[in-house]
Design a protein around this ligand. Sequence first.
Ligand code: ARG
Length: 284
Amino acid sequence: MKKLLAVLLATVMTMSLLTACGSSKTAETTKETEAAGTTEAAEKTEEATETTEAAVSEALSDGVLTVGTNAEFPPFEYVDDNGEPDGFDIALIKAVGEKLGVTVEVENMEFASLISSIGSKIDVAIAGMTVTDERKESVDFSDSYYEAVQYVILPEGSEIATADDLKNKAIGVQLGTTGDFIASDIEGATVSRYNKAVDAVNDLINGRVECVIIDKNPALVFEGKFEGQITAVDGAQFDFEPEQYAIAMPKGDAALVEQVNKALEEIKADGTFDELVKTYIEAE
Ligand code: ARG
């Protein structure tokens, strides 16, 4: 049923496009559809008509993309002086929304609730979220838009320097993050899990934990914020693997994944992406 509707819509929209701008590519596929009248031809029309895919993505059907984030993760997301979520991810998803022709509404929530809220409370999540096999069982991811790695934040003067040194330590992490997963696998470690990353850093400064495992860029932001008290060390020194950030979407909404990836590609090609990196990440 949905397919039929999509094909119908594709044809209608192609025809109105044809009247509006007379694009030769569109004209060709329309002729094909009329002549052959086959599903195959109709599918080609669907591919050729940018606006059509919106009609088949349930998440976009109301013209609003509801985006979940956890604004406790600078420079990717934080709450600005007006109390609104801002940051690299927020700017990126707004640029994506613009490309898709939908309004973006941002919901700030706990990081650990994001995945389970996709498809109900929110349409998608952008939260410096690392692609993992486990998460892929519940959601689909866009193409990756950023490479990161976990860092280890240490109090000034700490002797922790290798993977071995992390054993049997008190480690602070943000609940449900890849830092949490790594810490939980360290032999003998006592892991304290916080909803807000900054609370983990505060407990590090207070001496309640001996290190904090968190993504590179937030680690560097915290290092700057608590200058002289903490040092952020590259996780490569602890044998941590690189991670890829991507936008999480409802499982099975192939049209949405395709459109979001296309938007990301355009945002990279037209220089918007580099601008956002400069504004939000390199400015730190
Ligand atoms: N990259 C890590 C992960 O996916 C941490 C992300 C935390 N993001 C946030 N907005 N709090 O688990």
